[in-house]
Design a protein around this ligand. Structure first.
Ligand SMILES: NC(=O)C1=CN([C@@H]2O[C@H](COP(=O)(O)OP(=O)(O)OC[C@H]3O[C@@H](n4cnc5c(N)ncnc54)[C@H](O)[C@@H]3O)[C@@H](O)[C@H]2O)[C@@H](O)CC1
Ligand SMILES: [K+]
Length: 480
């Protein structure tokens, strides 16, 4: 099942709908118990709970309340728990009483600030949760800045200073090793996944929000991905033929990488059009490669753009392809052309997938990409009535209805020249197989990221190495 990521308002809506559970404190008891369990599991994994030392950093709201109740539970298990109260007058009263009663120690405030003692095993961030705004304030920032670098940080709900809805990482903010959230993941857990560390979702018995606002963010689970495989009645044409228009005789690399990715991602047929036809065939003899579009033969989808240039001839080719009623993936140089000629895609009714990186995105919209990548990509998709895949560590694929699929690559090894050409080849072949642009883009991003991890195993890679790891990566997503 795809995972849904909620806004702070959607979370509050779902919590309110739980009625008594919210009013009588059951939700908070379950939430804090979940935090205590995760912290205890981490302590047990590294030697046990008894006699260990944990710090909690407590803000003015219910996030701090969760941390205090969790601290109380840990203290009852024999953990020495030290709390810094950032706003002593506003700390959750029942939570603070429980914490003290369990033997938790509050660090005295001196000169307007307080620091945790040295030598802590784990520090719990209960500064702010879904009610947080902006960066960590100075007192909280000082507490985290003073921690030894090896201290494990467990964030309650989200790392404080990171925006719940946009994932904007303010400076300063908390970097968590583990984040414990409640009921449903929030947008921040995907949009700022590297800042959240491992995510633990604790069931506290709340349902779904009554309504969701656009953009609606989700991610596919690995099990949702079902790579196309040929059936008993299939031949080389019936699985969807992908056409690649890329590269040039002078710069054949993009043509080879995009065509090679298409060959690897589909078991049907790959066609190539462009002046690198000889180079492509010398690397991948199975590609049916021709220099001119007029001789290309039939395809079910086009991938157009990597390394093709931006001159008049390239523009004419792009126009011809976009004038068809076939699905088209528009990448790289083709995006530069579309940025100056938006009318080329504006009237399209056939599936259209634009795959910009941040710089190309800025060219398309005329403004630099800000911190709210989600709204930006959903906005462009809605305005142009196309699907937009925004590249990055977190890939976002927005369709025109306000649905956005996100994919955390899990590493940044794919940030290498030519990796985008590989992605374009993979996604193009999924389009040719009949998938929607959003599914094609999101599945391609997942398998591309997996290939990067398999290829790298901790060392830098180039796009050729990534391409070579594509088949084992795809194998993980073939069902049945
Ligand atoms: N509502 C509920 O039923 C539940 C809430 N839970 C917890 O409650 C949290 C939400 O609690 P609240 O709505 O009280 O909000 P928070 O505790 O997230 O934060 C609000 C408080 O922090 C202050 N604040 C905002 N930005 C700040 C900043 N940058 N630096 C310092 N202080 C800042 C605000 O003035 C306010 O006092 C959730 O994230 C979750 O941890 C959980 O207990 C589960 C149940
Ligand atoms: K927090």
């Amino acid at each position: 099942m795809p995972m849904q990521y909620l806004t702070a308002d959607e979370v509050r809506d779902a919590e309110r709908a739980s009625g008594d559970l919210l009013a009588n404190g059951t939700l908070m008891r379950r939430a804090s118990h979940g935090v205590a369990r995760v912290v205890a599991a981490e302590l047990n994994r590294t030697g046990g709970c008894y006699g260990r030392r944990v710090g909690i950093v407590v803000g003015a709201g219910d996030n701090g309340g969760d941390a205090l109740f969790a601290g109380a539970e840990l203290a009852r298990r024999g953990v020495a728990v030290h709390a810094v109260l950032l706003a002593p007058d506003k700390a959750h009263p029942a939570g603070l009483a429980a914490f003290r009663a369990a033997g938790g120690r509050v660090v005295p405030t001196t000169g307007g600030g307080a620091a945790l003692p040295a030598g802590l095993d784990i520090v719990v961030d209960g500064v702010v949760g879904i009610g947080g705004k902006g960066p960590l304030r100075p007192a909280a920032a000082a507490v985290f800045a003073a921690l030894a670098p090896e201290t494990t940080v467990v964030a309650v709900d989200l790392p404080s200073g990171v925006d719940c809805d946009t994932g904007e990482v303010h400076d300063p903010s908390v970097r968590a090793d583990i984040t414990v959230t409640f009921g449903h993941p929030r947008r921040v857990h995907l949009l700022a996944a590297p800042r959240c560390g491992r995510l633990a979702v604790v069931d506290i018995g709340i349902g779904k929000p009554s309504e969701r606002v656009a953009p609606r963010l989700f991610s596919f689970s690995d099990e949702d991905i079902d790579w196309p495989v040929p059936g008993p009645a299939d031949d080389k044409y019936t699985q969807g033929v992908v056409g690649v228009i890329a590269g040039s005789h002078r710069y054949p690399g993009a043509a080879i990488l995009a065509s090679g990715a298409a060959v690897t991602a589909t078991s049907g047929m790959t066609r190539y059009v462009g002046s690198a036809h000889a180079e492509v065939v010398s690397h991948f003899p199975e590609v049916v490669a021709v220099p001119d579009l007029a001789e290309a033969g039939r395809v079910q989808a086009w991938t157009v753009g990597p390394g093709m240039g931006t001159d008049d001839a390239a523009e004419a080719t792009l126009r011809t392809v976009l004038d068809t009623d076939l699905p088209v993936l528009v990448d790289a140089d083709a995006l530069t052309i579309v940025a100056r000629r938006p009318e080329l895609v504006a009237g399209r009714t056939a599936p259209t997938l634009l795959t910009p990186h941040a710089g190309e995105f800025a060219r398309l919209t005329g403004t630099a990409l800000g911190a709210d990548r989600l709204s930006a990509v959903a906005g462009l998709a809605a305005e142009w009535n196309v699907t937009v895949l925004l590249k990055g560590r977190i890939t976002l694929v927005a369709d025109p209805t306000g649905s956005v699929a996100g994919n955390d690559a899990g590493s940044s090894w794919a940030a290498t020249a030519g990796a985008g050409d590989v992605l374009a080849g993979i996604a193009g072949s999924l389009l040719a197989a009949g998938h929607t642009p959003q599914t094609a883009g999101a599945w391609a991003a997942r398998v591309h990221a997996r290939a990067a991890l398999l290829a790298s195993r901790g060392a830098p890679i180039g796009a050729s190495t990534l391409l070579a790891a594509l088949r084992p990566a795809i194998r993980e997503f073939v069902r049945g």
